[in-house]
Design a protein around this ligand. Sequence first.
Ligand code: AMP
Length: 207
Amino acid sequence: MGTPGAGKGTQAKLLASRFGACHVSTGDLLREAARGGSQLGLEAKRSMEQGRLVPDEVVIDLVAERLDAADCQGGFLLDGFPRTVAQAQALDALLVRRGQPLDAVLLIALPREDALQRLAGRRVCERCGTMFHTSFDPPARPDRCDRCGGPLVQRADDREETVRHRMEVYARETAPVLEHYRAAGLLREIDGTGSREDVFRRVATSV
Ligand code: AMP
């Protein structure tokens, strides 16, 4: 859990690979659906580009289907889900049915100004999805991916106007989810400032 720009995706990938768990990012699943061009994908794309949440039923179904995959049977790490109390309740019910309770909920806490700076400089490779940052992790050649040479672009929802809206949606819809998990005794708060490695050290010792 954490605001847009807190570093959830980066830390989730590192943590999933350390523990051999599958990494379930609803943002990635929705972007994949959008690229596929289905009706559902195109509707999701519109919501994402405007910084709005995709309907609860859509993401809940995506997560339920993803958790059935073979690579998730040894454990999973959810990234960017649940984002509403209704999603958290649906997840609780799903995990009871699966007999797979959550071990922990990690909140990466980062001051708003730092998160805004990270989002403004974030660039992603259009071809392979690798992330860069214009100041903190710049590519060797401007606007070209170090890994595959593909073009680097700014995510449509990382533009300033949309980011402001995403922050409001977080405060209104997602912050109450933290209380849901605090009450369940699962929430662990991690200082999200510093380098990717600094934060990962804190994340790894908290689980
Ligand atoms: P992310 O990559 O996690 O920042 O997600 C990008 C966008 O995908 C969000 O701004 C939402 O529009 C949509 N999205 C991702 N996860 C969810 C979710 N759990 N519920 C609703 N919308 C989501």
